[in-house]
Design a protein around this ligand. Structure first.
Ligand SMILES: [Mg+2]
Ligand SMILES: [Zn+2]
Length: 216
């Protein structure tokens, strides 16, 4: 994962960090063929709404198929490029792609539910995670949001049906489509008090969002 210097003057931007499989595109276990990419219903429309509202859009995705030897980085990047191309056709730009290539037993810092992918996105893209969201179809996506002080939305697409009961019991919002998720995010953020420091309202647990890297 290449880490570039964050652009100056772009700190503190709110983002929606998106899981890929089962969230932006239809779940297809260990997808490694770009021809198999299909956007989820409502994905393009939902991401259009979020982009138009000023949210940075990035993808954070576990791809343990790489560690398992089922496919390589090149195939992963071809799939990502296909997703990006389909979204571009709909007028949606993905600002960054953050991939964990490790397996569950590797103990890496990036595999969701751990924080590494979101922290990398924040460092590269200059994000304020306390004003950001993570959207995904598994408990591990929502737990990653908790780990970085962001908020989570559980999608009912992909594997979401298996995680919805947990999400509801834990007080996390659920959404049937990314278009619904976008509406939920906008409605929630619009309810915040203008001009106030909203961070404590949305912080869960004791993990603080990362400090912004100092410009130089
Ligand atoms: Mg997923
Ligand atoms: Zn990893």
């Amino acid at each position: 994962m290449a880490i570039d210097e964050p652009a100056l003057g772009t700190s503190g931007r709110p983002a929606v960090l998106l899981d890929r499989d089962g969230t932006v595109i239809v779940e297809s276990n260990y997808l490694c063929d770009p021809a198999g990419v299909a956007l989820e219903t409502g994905a393009a429309a939902g991401l259009q709404v979020l982009a138009a509202s000023g949210y940075v859009l990035a993808v954070i995705t576990n791809q343990s198929g790489i560690a398992r030897g089922r496919f390589g980085w090149a195939q992963t990047e071809m799939v990502n490029a296909r997703v990006a191309a389909l979204l571009k056709t709909a007028g949606v730009d993905i600002a960054g792609w953050f991939v964990c290539p490790h397996g569950p037993a590797d103990g890496c810092a990036c595999r969701k539910p751990r924080a590494g992918l979101a922290l990398a996105a924040a460092a590269v893209l200059g994000l304020d995670l306390s004003r950001s969201w993570i959207v995904g179809d598994k408990q591990s996506d929502i737990a990653a949001a908790d780990a970085v002080g962001a908020r989570g939305v559980l999608m009912l697409t992909g594997h979401g049906g298996n995680h919805a009961a947990w999400a509801r019991a834990a007080g996390h919002p659920v959404a049937a489509t990314l278009h619904d998720a976008a509406g939920l995010i906008l409605k929630t953020d619009a309810a915040r008090v203008p001009g106030g420091d909203q961070r404590p309202l949305f912080r869960r647990g004791n993990v603080r969002p990362p400090a912004r890297p100092a410009p130089r």
